[in-house]
Design a protein around this ligand. Structure first.
Ligand code: ATP
Ligand code: MG
Length: 361
């Protein structure tokens, strides 16, 4: 799949923009705060309906406007898809595919698979568990509609259960209704845990191979799923935790507390890794993600690299650029210097200045 073009209206710092993309490497360069990341954000939205930063719709609309539009043309398996997105200040967004409105975000998934790679991804190992769950969820939701369904419902039920735990503090008789939520929580969590486990096993297999090459054979990497509760123990653990949950007025067990463990040469580098070990392992993880998506969708995802090249030494830069190979890639950077030493073909170069673009070659 490739993105052929993107059009923006009143999106972030753009009044209006139309940009054609090359099917291989596209570079967006310009000074800070000119609008490079904003374009990547719009592309990511077109594939996933969500901002990579988790921004709300109304934050995406240009200041002092009430609505914004994104139009993205995607080619997949020889067919063109026109994805239109209408962002509104106080309503949920409208999405249409080839002019036909869709009701659920999930209907969009599968047309455009996007991998977003930003400097924050390189810090995923030293950051908290919620960041690592977010990584898993963002990818799995794109790949697996049933996962998305289960996760959405799990979060809804979890919310309700937590509300009930709060209300129970004043109205203890409400405890009778808790089991309704518990049953659902158990059912959804089983599906989530099972799918996360499969995902992590596949990711581990690929990442360990990548890491061996990246580290020149000096280090092994194991990526291990750390479920808060095993798939078949949720019911039991939930019951065990009831008194604590009542005291704390929130649910203390379940996949919303999962984590991923990273072992380099057998050592947990979340706690004991050097900065370099953590970043190289994060790069291995990200490269593995690209390969995993490729296998699962049997097509090429689109790769967005937001300012990551300047974060890597030339060895790792080269490794990343070689991996990109035939993927469609959009790269942002502040200068073109970093490409000069790379034998690397750039197909389209755009300069971004204060919300407008010009093509330069
Ligand atoms: P950097 O190199 O620092 O990463 P960038 O080119 O990636 O810069 P962006 O993150 O794309 O910059 O942001 C460009 C500008 O968009 C920022 O100055 C920001 O203030 C502005 N901006 C963000 N949201 C909105 C909005 N809703 N309306 C108008 N402008 C906005
Ligand atoms: Mg930026």
């Amino acid at each position: 799949m490739i993105i052929k073009s993107i059009e923006l209206q009143n999106f972030r710092n753009y009044d209006s923009l139309k940009m054609d993309l090359d099917e291989k490497t596209n570079i967006l360069y310009g000074d800070n705060a000119q609008g490079k990341t904003n374009i990547l954000e719009a592309l990511y939205l077109s594939g996933t309906t969500k901002s990579h930063k988790g921004s709300k719709d109304r934050e995406l609309i240009k200041f002092e406007n009430d609505e914004a539009h994104i139009r993205c043309i995607v080619e997949k398996a020889g067919m063109d898809y026109r994805i239109d997105m209408h962002l509104r200040k106080n309503k949920s967004k409208g999405i249409a595919i080839n002019g036909i409105p869709i009701k659920k975000a999930a209907e969009l998934f599968g047309i455009l698979n996007i991998i977003f790679f930003s400097p924050e991804d390189l810090d995923i190992i030293k950051r908290g568990p919620s960041e690592r769950r977010r990584f898993t969820d963002l990818e799995l939701c794109q790949l697996d509609k049933i996962y998305l369904h289960n996760l959405t419902n799990y979060n809804k039920v979890l919310n309700q259960r937590n509300k009930l735990l709060k209300s129970m503090y004043y109205e203890p008789q409400l405890e009778d209704t808790l089991s309704i939520w518990d049953m659902q929580l158990v059912a959804y969590s089983k599906e989530i845990i099972r799918r996360r486990k499969d995902f992590m096993e596949e990711l581990n297999e690929i990442a360990s191979g990548v890491h061996e090459k990246l580290s020149g054979g000096r280090e092994t990497l194991e990526v291990k799923y750390e479920p808060n509760v095993e798939k078949d123990q949720m019911e039991e653990k939930l019951a065990e935790a009831l008194e604590r949950d009542k005291r704390q007025k929130m649910t203390s067990v379940g996949p919303h507390r999962d984590d991923i463990c990273f072992l380099a040469n057998g050592i947990d580098i979340r706690k004991f890794g050097s900065q370099g070990q953590q970043r190289t392992s994060a790069l291995s993880l990200k490269l593995a993600e690209i390969e995993l998506v490729r296998r699962r969708i049997q097509d090429m995802p689109v790769l967005l690299l937001d300012d990551v090249l300047s974060e890597l030494d030339s060895n790792r830069q080269n490794y990343l650029l070689n991996t990109i190979g035939e993927l469609q890639t959009v790269i942002t950077c502040t200068g073109l210097d970093e490409f000069i030493n790379n034998r690397f073909e750039i197909n389209k170069i755009y300069k971004i200045v204060n919300g407008s673009i010009s093509q330069s070659n």
